[in-house]
Design a protein around this ligand. Structure first.
Ligand code: MLC
Ligand code: AMP
Length: 475
């Protein structure tokens, strides 16, 4: 039983492992299995090697090495900076510099200059560490803003424990469940919920490497996580979808689940998906419940400890009448401790009375059900469940010699939710033939999921009298 446990990873309790109470398949990733004692012994051995460090980078490939590295840091009280495995040159440089990571733990990309501490999968240590302070920073997760390079979200052990316990309660998640997903291990969804969740609750995890419908069908879990793109792809493979009928719950989050996907999933699996809403900065704050109403297009009610409210642009209260739209503000014990090294940006994102301004606009009905209507800024794009800032893509494109001016937007896409389109005014001598090179330029500098799916060459960008690009006129 983990609820309220002072140990962040309460199911890895050394006393239980020493008593011979093992879980043979605690973590399976892409077919490779770690028992609970493998995980504790292996991760403690990692802890011994990095205990003197304050902050290390982990290349978050979906492997057991990544899990051992992360758990080793949590045992030793070392802050983890997860790095997207396909991070390009500019993104990598930014994350390493901004975070102040002292070394790579596990695998490292070439040429970053930081020392590398290897993770030895078969090494074991049974040294016992005390539990690090609950207020200490467990992770710095990099996430995009509307402008500039990604910011480091500081998440404490205490916030993670509160966030996971609230979800375990909301979803009736116990050690009897087997969680299945194939999400990336550098964000809240795949890493915090998807790896630390099972390790806190004590339920086995099957990570499928990639979140394909076939891999989900073959995993035979009781709980499944997916972003809407994953669920949409599942509904396109009816045989795979029908296999999920045996699960207890299917959970969708990180982006809006289209109503037709909700309905088709229900038709094929017999399960109305649970929808939940969250952010890197807040973990998961809203969810529908297995024993409650699951209304397509709505993300449910606050989880334990969370309060929400709506405010208009003047900061005035917006009624919870199911129709009035307002900026969603939240507070609760699972919120972050600020953006690393950016106290002013942190302060701008909170109200004077301590509520976090999510940047999402929502309605709340009289029963407390929430519907996310959209985002306040067109410059934050959600594509495949990834949060991507238009500004960072524009900066990357402007660094290419062919680009004179550019504006990046997200347009509706059936598969990805939003698809990134870059409008480019080319410099003299460059034309449409350069489009693929620009796409590859962004993928190489930032990461594959931030690449524009399409580049549209134009003679000029629509601007207002102040010279500001009118993105609403592009699409
Ligand atoms: C094609 N590729 C290129 C390329 N063209 N790569 C580089 N340069 C080019 N020019 C290929 C790559 O080789 C790679 O292939 C593939 O494109 C990766 O890009 P993709 O198109 O995005 O892959 P896709 O299969 O479409 O991914 C869909 C997806 C993915 C759903 C699997 O978007 C995903 O994992 N999303 C999850 C995002 C997530 O976890 N968000 C949570 C945020 S936390 P290959 O073969 O190598 O794959 C949060 C809080 C909360 O939001 O509420 O949860
Ligand atoms: P990230 O920082 O990647 O965690 O992205 C957080 C953003 O994802 C939120 O601000 C929302 O815009 C969006 N989001 C997350 N979950 C949902 C959901 N269930 N429905 C709609 N949007 C969501």
């Amino acid at each position: 039983m983990s609820y309220g446990s002072p140990l962040l990873l309460s199911s890895l309790n050394p006393a239980a492992v020493a008593a011979g109470d093992d879980i043979p398949n605690a973590v399976t990733i892409d077919g490779e299995v770690l028992s609970r004692s493998d995980l504790l012994g292996g991760a403690t051995s990692v802890a011994e090697r990095i205990a003197q460090a304050q902050r290390v980078a982990v290349l978050a490939e979906p492997t057991v090495t990544t899990v051992l590295a992360v758990v080793g840091c949590l045992i030793a009280g070392v802050t983890v900076v997860p790095v997207p495995p396909d991070a390009g040159s500019a993104e990598l440089e930014h994350i390493l510099k901004d975070s102040g990571a002292q070394a790579w733990l596990g695998t490292a990309p070439e040429g970053t200059g930081l020392p590398v501490v290897p993770v030895r999968k078969h090494a074991r240590s049974w040294h016992r560490y005390g539990e690090p302070a609950p207020a200490s920073t467990a992770f710095i997760l990099y996430t995009s803003g509307t402008t500039g390079a990604p910011k480091g979200v500081m998440l404490s052990r205490r916030a993670i424990a509160a966030g996971l316990d609230a979800l375990a309660q909301a979803w009736e998640w116990t050690w009897k469940d087997t969680l299945v997903h194939g999400l990336p291990l550098f964000h809240v969804h795949g890493l915090i919920l998807g790896v630390l969740g099972p390790l806190r609750v004590g339920s086995p995890l099957v990570h499928t490497g990639k979140p394909t419908p076939q891999a989900y069908a073959a995993a035979h879990g009781s709980m499944y996580f997916g972003v809407p793109t994953v669920w949409s792809r599942v509904t396109e493979e009816p045989d795979a979808a029908r296999e999920l009928a045996k699960a207890r719950i299917l959970i969708s989050g990180s982006a809006p689940l289209p109503v037709p996907v909700f309905e088709r999933l229900q038709e094929l699996t017999g399960h109305a998906p649970i929808e939940r809403y969250g952010m890197s900065e807040t973990m998961i704050t809203l969810s529908t419940r297995p024993d409650g109403e699951r209304r397509p297009g709505w993300v449910g009610t606050p989880v334990a400890g969370v309060e929400t409210r709506l405010r208009d642009e003047a900061g005035e209260a917006v009624p919870h009448d199911g129709e009035s739209v307002g900026g969603l503000q939240v507070r609760g014990p699972m919120l972050f401790d600020g953006y690393l090294g950016r106290p002013e940006t942190t302060a701008e994102n909170f109200t004077e009375d301590g509520w976090f301004k999510t940047g999402d606009v929502a309605v709340i009905d009289a029963a407390g059900f929430h519907r996310i209507v959209g985002r306040e800024s067109v410059d934050l794009i959600k594509s495949g469940g990834y949060r991507i800032g238009a500004g960072e893509i524009e900066t990357s494109l402007l660094g290419h010699p062919a680009v004179a001016e550019t504006a990046v937007i997200g347009v509706p896409d059936e598969d990805l939710g939003q698809r990134i389109i870059a409008y480019v005014v080319p410099r003299n001598g460059f034309g449409a033939a350069i489009a693929q090179e620009l796409i590859d330029h962004v993928a190489g500098e930032l990461s594959a999921h931030k690449r524009p799916r399409e580049v549209r060459m134009v003679d000029s960008l629509p601007r207002n009298a102040m010279g500001k690009v009118q993105k609403k006129l592009l699409s």
